[in-house]
Design a protein around this ligand. Structure first.
Ligand code: 5GP
Length: 117
């Protein structure tokens, strides 16, 4: 049984977060330490620790994360100039919180995907 993270408490509104969207499958809220003018996390309401844990039965929620990210990007005013969607997985991916989350980043040119060199 996977261990809950702080994100489960945000979903249940037990701790404060700037929630911009919530439905039966996903919750979206502003990142506490934004890396761009717009930085929102879209997460499944059910706990899926990493992308290595997703199953075919999760396709509906994973799809909803994408459509909600697109809707939020438009609402945030970053869709016309473009933005980046990112999911980190485990240690080499730089994942810190083990409840999958789709980063929606935009509002400035974000540069190359990975630092080179
Ligand atoms: P990761 O490195 O796991 O892909 O990203 C975790 C993200 O969650 C980080 O960008 C971090 O700032 C954000 N984060 C961690 N704890 C909290 C929190 O309690 N509230 C909010 N809103 N964001 C958090």
């Amino acid at each position: 049984m996977a261990e809950e993270t702080i994100f489960s408490k945000i979903i249940r509104k037990e701790i404060p977060a700037d929630i911009v969207y919530q439905d039966d499958l996903v919750t979206a809220f502003r990142d506490i330490n934004p890396q761009a003018p717009a930085h929102i996390l879209v997460i499944p309401n059910k706990l899926i620790p990493t992308m290595d844990d997703v199953e075919t039965g999760d396709e509906a929620v994973l799809g909803r994360m994408m459509t909600v990210a697109s809707k939020i990007a438009r609402e945030e005013g970053i869709a016309d100039d473009g933005y980046r969607l990112m999911i980190n997985c485990k240690q080499h991916g730089g994942q810190e919180v083990y409840h999958i989350h789709l980063h929606v980043l935009g509002g400035r040119p974000l540069g190359p995907m990975l630092s080179r060199g």
